[in-house]
Design a binder for this molecule. Structure first.
Ligand code: HEM
Length: 227
Protein backbone atom coordinates (compact mmCIF):
# COMPACT_ATOMS: atom_id res chain seq x y z
CA UNK A 1 0.00 0.00 0.00
CA UNK A 2 1.32 3.51 -0.82
CA UNK A 3 2.11 5.96 1.97
CA UNK A 4 -0.84 8.14 0.90
CA UNK A 5 -3.23 5.14 0.85
CA UNK A 6 -2.06 4.03 4.29
CA UNK A 7 -2.41 7.56 5.65
CA UNK A 8 -5.96 7.91 4.34
CA UNK A 9 -6.91 4.49 5.82
CA UNK A 10 -5.39 5.62 9.08
CA UNK A 11 -7.45 8.84 8.83
CA UNK A 12 -10.71 6.91 8.31
CA UNK A 13 -9.90 4.64 11.25
CA UNK A 14 -9.21 7.63 13.48
CA UNK A 15 -12.50 9.24 12.41
CA UNK A 16 -14.36 6.04 13.18
CA UNK A 17 -12.74 5.85 16.63
CA UNK A 18 -13.58 9.49 17.38
CA UNK A 19 -17.16 8.88 16.18
CA UNK A 20 -17.49 5.98 18.64
CA UNK A 21 -16.16 8.15 21.47
CA UNK A 22 -18.70 10.86 20.60
CA UNK A 23 -21.54 8.30 20.65
CA UNK A 24 -20.34 7.08 24.07
CA UNK A 25 -20.19 10.68 25.36
CA UNK A 26 -23.75 11.31 24.13
CA UNK A 27 -25.08 8.12 25.75
CA UNK A 28 -23.37 8.92 29.10
CA UNK A 29 -24.54 12.55 28.96
CA UNK A 30 -28.17 11.56 28.30
CA UNK A 31 -28.00 9.02 31.13
CA UNK A 32 -26.50 11.66 33.45
CA UNK A 33 -29.11 14.30 32.52
CA UNK A 34 -32.04 11.90 33.01
CA UNK A 35 -30.65 11.00 36.45
CA UNK A 36 -30.26 14.67 37.40
CA UNK A 37 -33.72 15.74 36.27
CA UNK A 38 -35.32 12.67 37.79
CA UNK A 39 -33.74 13.60 41.11
CA UNK A 40 -34.29 17.35 41.18
CA UNK A 41 -37.88 17.35 39.87
CA UNK A 42 -38.90 16.54 43.46
CA UNK A 43 -38.75 20.09 44.75
CA UNK A 44 -38.42 19.52 48.49
CA UNK A 45 -35.78 20.02 51.15
CA UNK A 46 -35.24 16.27 51.62
CA UNK A 47 -34.25 15.78 47.97
CA UNK A 48 -32.24 18.97 47.64
CA UNK A 49 -30.38 18.54 50.98
CA UNK A 50 -27.69 21.23 51.16
CA UNK A 51 -28.79 22.71 47.81
CA UNK A 52 -32.23 23.63 49.22
CA UNK A 53 -31.36 27.20 50.26
CA UNK A 54 -29.29 27.60 47.08
CA UNK A 55 -31.74 26.04 44.66
CA UNK A 56 -31.95 29.16 42.47
CA UNK A 57 -28.19 28.86 41.82
CA UNK A 58 -28.56 25.12 41.22
CA UNK A 59 -31.41 25.58 38.71
CA UNK A 60 -29.44 28.30 36.89
CA UNK A 61 -26.45 25.96 36.81
CA UNK A 62 -28.47 22.97 35.60
CA UNK A 63 -30.33 24.88 32.87
CA UNK A 64 -27.11 26.21 31.34
CA UNK A 65 -25.16 22.99 31.91
CA UNK A 66 -27.84 20.84 30.25
CA UNK A 67 -27.87 23.16 27.23
CA UNK A 68 -24.10 22.92 26.86
CA UNK A 69 -24.11 19.12 27.27
CA UNK A 70 -26.81 18.69 24.62
CA UNK A 71 -25.37 21.18 22.13
CA UNK A 72 -21.74 20.05 22.41
CA UNK A 73 -22.25 17.00 20.14
CA UNK A 74 -24.38 19.08 17.72
CA UNK A 75 -21.30 21.22 17.11
CA UNK A 76 -19.25 18.19 16.04
CA UNK A 77 -22.01 16.90 13.77
CA UNK A 78 -22.50 20.25 12.00
CA UNK A 79 -18.85 21.10 11.30
CA UNK A 80 -19.21 19.54 7.84
CA UNK A 81 -20.59 19.98 5.28
CA UNK A 82 -20.50 23.73 4.77
CA UNK A 83 -24.29 23.79 4.19
CA UNK A 84 -24.70 23.30 7.94
CA UNK A 85 -22.59 26.37 8.68
CA UNK A 86 -25.52 28.48 9.84
CA UNK A 87 -26.78 25.79 12.20
CA UNK A 88 -23.24 25.34 13.53
CA UNK A 89 -22.88 29.07 14.18
CA UNK A 90 -26.23 29.41 15.91
CA UNK A 91 -26.02 26.32 18.05
CA UNK A 92 -22.44 27.36 18.89
CA UNK A 93 -23.71 30.71 20.16
CA UNK A 94 -26.38 29.01 22.26
CA UNK A 95 -23.74 26.55 23.57
CA UNK A 96 -21.66 29.53 24.74
CA UNK A 97 -24.68 31.22 26.34
CA UNK A 98 -25.47 27.92 28.12
CA UNK A 99 -21.90 27.81 29.36
CA UNK A 100 -22.03 31.37 30.69
CA UNK A 101 -25.36 30.72 32.45
CA UNK A 102 -24.01 27.47 33.97
CA UNK A 103 -20.77 29.19 35.02
CA UNK A 104 -22.80 31.98 36.69
CA UNK A 105 -24.76 29.30 38.58
CA UNK A 106 -21.50 27.53 39.46
CA UNK A 107 -20.05 30.78 40.82
CA UNK A 108 -23.10 31.23 43.06
CA UNK A 109 -22.84 27.61 44.21
CA UNK A 110 -19.12 27.89 44.95
CA UNK A 111 -19.63 31.13 46.88
CA UNK A 112 -22.35 29.57 49.05
CA UNK A 113 -20.98 26.04 49.32
CA UNK A 114 -20.34 24.51 52.74
CA UNK A 115 -17.78 22.16 51.08
CA UNK A 116 -14.08 22.26 52.16
CA UNK A 117 -11.81 24.79 50.46
CA UNK A 118 -10.07 22.11 48.34
CA UNK A 119 -13.36 21.09 46.73
CA UNK A 120 -14.42 24.68 46.06
CA UNK A 121 -10.99 25.38 44.55
CA UNK A 122 -11.33 22.34 42.26
CA UNK A 123 -14.76 23.57 41.08
CA UNK A 124 -13.39 27.06 40.50
CA UNK A 125 -10.49 25.65 38.46
CA UNK A 126 -12.98 23.65 36.38
CA UNK A 127 -14.99 26.80 35.70
CA UNK A 128 -11.85 28.68 34.62
CA UNK A 129 -10.74 25.82 32.37
CA UNK A 130 -14.22 25.77 30.83
CA UNK A 131 -14.32 29.50 30.13
CA UNK A 132 -10.70 29.76 28.95
CA UNK A 133 -10.82 26.85 26.49
CA UNK A 134 -14.01 28.25 24.93
CA UNK A 135 -12.57 31.77 24.83
CA UNK A 136 -9.44 30.62 22.97
CA UNK A 137 -11.68 28.67 20.54
CA UNK A 138 -13.86 31.72 19.99
CA UNK A 139 -10.94 34.07 19.38
CA UNK A 140 -9.46 31.51 16.94
CA UNK A 141 -12.57 31.40 14.77
CA UNK A 142 -12.80 35.19 14.90
CA UNK A 143 -9.34 35.18 13.28
CA UNK A 144 -10.34 32.55 10.73
CA UNK A 145 -8.13 29.83 12.32
CA UNK A 146 -10.45 26.88 11.77
CA UNK A 147 -8.11 24.07 12.95
CA UNK A 148 -7.22 25.95 16.11
CA UNK A 149 -10.93 26.65 16.72
CA UNK A 150 -11.74 22.93 16.40
CA UNK A 151 -8.96 21.95 18.75
CA UNK A 152 -9.93 24.38 21.51
CA UNK A 153 -13.67 23.77 21.23
CA UNK A 154 -12.95 20.04 21.52
CA UNK A 155 -11.07 20.85 24.72
CA UNK A 156 -14.00 23.00 25.91
CA UNK A 157 -16.40 20.10 25.29
CA UNK A 158 -14.13 17.74 27.25
CA UNK A 159 -14.41 20.16 30.19
CA UNK A 160 -18.20 20.35 29.66
CA UNK A 161 -18.21 16.59 30.16
CA UNK A 162 -16.48 16.95 33.58
CA UNK A 163 -19.59 16.16 35.70
CA UNK A 164 -20.30 13.10 33.52
CA UNK A 165 -16.68 11.93 33.75
CA UNK A 166 -16.77 12.54 37.52
CA UNK A 167 -19.79 10.23 37.88
CA UNK A 168 -17.97 7.58 35.81
CA UNK A 169 -14.76 7.80 37.88
CA UNK A 170 -16.46 7.91 41.29
CA UNK A 171 -17.57 4.24 41.42
CA UNK A 172 -14.30 2.87 39.94
CA UNK A 173 -13.17 0.18 42.42
CA UNK A 174 -10.14 1.22 44.45
CA UNK A 175 -10.28 4.84 43.31
CA UNK A 176 -9.86 6.07 46.90
CA UNK A 177 -7.02 3.62 47.45
CA UNK A 178 -5.04 5.42 44.75
CA UNK A 179 -6.34 8.90 45.69
CA UNK A 180 -6.59 10.19 49.27
CA UNK A 181 -9.90 9.37 51.01
CA UNK A 182 -12.81 11.88 50.78
CA UNK A 183 -13.18 14.81 51.10
CA UNK A 184 -9.62 15.37 49.81
CA UNK A 185 -10.08 12.56 47.30
CA UNK A 186 -13.24 14.21 45.95
CA UNK A 187 -11.25 17.36 45.19
CA UNK A 188 -8.68 15.22 43.34
CA UNK A 189 -11.45 13.51 41.39
CA UNK A 190 -12.91 16.89 40.41
CA UNK A 191 -9.54 17.95 38.98
CA UNK A 192 -9.09 14.60 37.24
CA UNK A 193 -12.56 14.69 35.65
CA UNK A 194 -11.37 17.30 33.15
CA UNK A 195 -7.56 17.26 33.39
CA UNK A 196 -7.39 13.52 32.57
CA UNK A 197 -9.53 13.74 29.38
CA UNK A 198 -7.53 16.79 28.26
CA UNK A 199 -4.23 14.95 28.87
CA UNK A 200 -5.45 11.83 27.04
CA UNK A 201 -6.67 13.96 24.14
CA UNK A 202 -3.28 15.70 23.91
CA UNK A 203 -1.43 12.36 24.08
CA UNK A 204 -3.68 11.04 21.28
CA UNK A 205 -2.91 14.10 19.14
CA UNK A 206 0.83 13.73 19.60
CA UNK A 207 0.70 10.02 18.77
CA UNK A 208 -1.41 10.76 15.68
CA UNK A 209 0.95 13.50 14.47
CA UNK A 210 4.03 11.32 15.05
CA UNK A 211 2.45 8.47 13.07
CA UNK A 212 1.32 10.72 10.24
CA UNK A 213 4.77 12.32 9.98
CA UNK A 214 6.40 8.90 9.84
CA UNK A 215 4.11 7.84 6.99
CA UNK A 216 4.53 11.04 5.02
CA UNK A 217 8.08 12.12 5.93
CA UNK A 218 8.73 14.13 2.78
CA UNK A 219 5.43 15.86 2.26
CA UNK A 220 5.64 18.26 5.19
CA UNK A 221 1.86 18.14 4.91
CA UNK A 222 1.13 17.28 8.51
CA UNK A 223 1.16 20.57 10.33
CA UNK A 224 0.54 20.70 14.05
CA UNK A 225 -2.35 23.17 14.02
CA UNK A 226 -3.55 24.83 17.11
CA UNK A 227 -0.75 24.31 19.59
C1 HEM B 1 -17.70 22.25 33.63
C2 HEM B 1 -17.93 23.23 34.48
C3 HEM B 1 -18.76 23.03 35.73
C4 HEM B 1 -18.48 23.56 36.95
C5 HEM B 1 -17.32 24.44 37.29
C6 HEM B 1 -19.50 23.10 37.86
C7 HEM B 1 -19.59 23.47 39.20
C8 HEM B 1 -20.51 22.98 40.09
C9 HEM B 1 -20.62 23.34 41.47
C10 HEM B 1 -19.74 24.38 42.17
C11 HEM B 1 -21.60 22.62 42.03
C12 HEM B 1 -22.08 22.69 43.49
C13 HEM B 1 -21.20 21.88 44.42
C14 HEM B 1 -21.44 22.21 45.87
O1 HEM B 1 -22.07 23.18 46.19
O2 HEM B 1 -20.93 21.44 46.68
C15 HEM B 1 -22.14 21.78 40.99
C16 HEM B 1 -23.16 20.88 41.16
C17 HEM B 1 -23.79 20.25 40.12
N1 HEM B 1 -23.51 20.38 38.78
FE1 HEM B 1 -21.97 21.37 37.98
N2 HEM B 1 -20.36 22.29 37.17
C18 HEM B 1 -19.97 22.24 35.86
C19 HEM B 1 -20.61 21.62 34.81
C20 HEM B 1 -21.84 21.02 34.93
C21 HEM B 1 -22.63 20.57 33.82
C22 HEM B 1 -22.28 20.69 32.34
C23 HEM B 1 -23.72 19.97 34.34
C24 HEM B 1 -24.84 19.37 33.54
C25 HEM B 1 -26.10 19.62 33.78
C26 HEM B 1 -23.61 20.05 35.80
C27 HEM B 1 -24.49 19.51 36.71
C28 HEM B 1 -24.39 19.61 38.09
C29 HEM B 1 -25.25 18.93 39.02
C30 HEM B 1 -26.35 17.94 38.68
C31 HEM B 1 -24.89 19.33 40.29
C32 HEM B 1 -25.50 18.89 41.62
C33 HEM B 1 -24.62 17.81 42.21
C34 HEM B 1 -25.33 16.61 42.71
O3 HEM B 1 -26.55 16.44 42.57
O4 HEM B 1 -24.59 15.78 43.24
N3 HEM B 1 -22.46 20.71 36.09
N4 HEM B 1 -21.46 22.02 39.81
Amino acid sequence: MSAIGAASRQGRLAQFGLGLLLVAAVVWSVHFLFGVFDKYRHVDAATYTFFWDRRAWLWTHLAGGALALVLGPVQFLTQWPRARGRLHRWSGRVYLVGMLVAATGATGLIATSPAPFGIRLAFAATAWAWLLTALVGLVAIGRGQVQRHRLWMTRSYLVTLAPVTFRLLLPVPGVFAVLPPPPEGIAWLLWLSWALPLALHQAGRWAWLALARRRLPLSGAVPDHGG
